[in-house]
Design a binder for this molecule. Structure first.
Ligand SMILES: *Cc1c(COP(=O)(O)O)cnc(C)c1O
Length: 375
């Protein structure tokens, strides 16, 4: 069976984890965390990058940094992971879900504009499948109405929009290093902040609301509780595992891209015949080969395809029951406008195996299995 995902691993992961153990420093913010933060700053040009315990906690930090208050409205796609909404619902915000652009599954700026009210505080674009949202259009809406923006770039580490790195184009950018993501530390994530003052507050919120980071830098002679916060910093063991991959991020991306390109070329004919639709990457987006998905013609066809692939040794999966129709989505949010694409496409989209180490032969086997479905 070709698994949908295998977490990324390089021999250097073991070397660094062993070093972290030998350093007798396995709690947070040791040398490995520092080196990961620096590597992320170099990759993205962000003023400050800070590792967190997950993409979820990065989003929670973002909601705190943006001072989201009860009753504030936060606009996001319904087609996303629940953590995008949870982070803001936890602060008492009303989640306003809108439809996606059917070509990319990314938030549709026209739907965002239509959903803005005097209570709107922020927009949360999700760069689905590592393909960036239409950031110029979204930024124009933020500028016009005085809104904040937080990128959920969980899937978009090392992607870019018009040459600007994902995660670095908004007030706070959020990365995930979950084992299903391109670069992984098991569970982990990062926040990226552009404004130096906000970066200081991010350090405080991340360290239980204390100024411990300033204390370590010798800027204050004792550290105390000065703001709300929580424990958002990961263990050095996790950071060590991640560092090895960040140092070789180009190699990991290139390997994933080879699989992605192989799928994309192979399915061109099936698309021309109307059997399926391929992923679409707008010309101004450089993606990171996070995911390869196809869109089938109906839910029943997708169900049959999953079964067919399973019988042919391939594990393919779908995801995202649209949040607005989920129990918590009904409680904490509302959908604005018409659901033209979200539900329909979420029932037809299928993700194929794609991970570091997936061989050309494995990709061929997946392609063969998909193609034989239509024979
Ligand atoms: C993976 C993911 C998250 C959550 O990240 P974790 O590290 O698993 O907490 C949030 N949003 C999106 C879009 C994701 O893909």
């Amino acid at each position: 069976m070709i698994p949908f995902n295998i977490p990324p691993y390089l021999p250097e992961c073991s070397v660094y984890v062993e070093q972290a153990i030998q350093n007798h420093k396995i709690c947070g913010d040791g040398v490995f965390t520092g080196r990961c933060n620096k590597a992320l700053e170099q990759m993205t040009g962000a003023h400050r990058a800070l590792l967190t315990t997950s993409g979820t906690s990065a989003l929670e930090m973002a909601a705190l940094l943006m001072n989201i208050q009860p009753g504030d409205e936060v606009i996001m796609p319904s087609y996303t992971f629940c953590s995008t909404a949870n982070a803001f619902a936890l602060r008492g915000a009303v989640i306003v879900f809108v439809d996606v652009d059917p070509l990319t599954m990314n938030i549709d700026p026209a739907c965002v504009r239509a959903a803005v009210t005097p209570k709107t505080k922020a927009i949360v674009p999700v760069h689905y499948a590592g393909v960036c949202c239409d950031m110029d259009a979204l930024q124009a809406i933020c500028d016009e109405y005085g809104l904040l923006m937080c990128e959920d770039a969980a899937q978009a580490v090392s992607s870019a929009y018009k040459g600007r790195p994902a995660g670095s184009m908004s007030t706070v950018g959020c990365f995930s290093f979950h084992e299903t993501k391109n670069f992984s530390m098991g569970e982990g994530g990062a926040v990226l902040v552009q404004d130096p003052e906000l970066a200081e507050r991010a350090e405080i919120i991340r360290e239980k609301g204390t100024d411990r980071s300033r204390f370590y830098r010798g800027q204050v002679d004792k550290y105390t509780w000065i703001d709300i916060g929580s424990s958002f910093l990961p263990s050095e063991l996790n950071a060590a595992y991640l560092l090895a991959q960040l140092e070789q991020h180009e190699r990991i991306t290139a390997a994933r891209m080879a699989c992605w390109n192989q799928y994309h070329a192979a399915f061109e004919q099936l698309e021309a015949k109307g059997c399926l639709r391929r992923m679409h990457v707008p010309a101004h987006c450089t993606h990171n080969a996070h995911m390869y998905y196809i869109v089938l013609n109906s839910l029943s066809q997708r169900t049959a395809m999953i079964e067919h692939l399973k019988n042919n040794g391939v594990n393919a999966v779908f995801h995202y029951v649209p949040l607005h129709s989920a129990a918590a989505g009904l409680r904490f949010g509302r959908f604005h406008g018409e659901d033209r694409y979200t539900t329909n496409l979420s029932e037809r989209l299928l993700r194929l195996p794609l991970h570091y180490g997936l061989s050309e032969a494995d990709c061929s086997k997946v392609i063969e299995a998909v193609s034989s479905f239509f024979d």
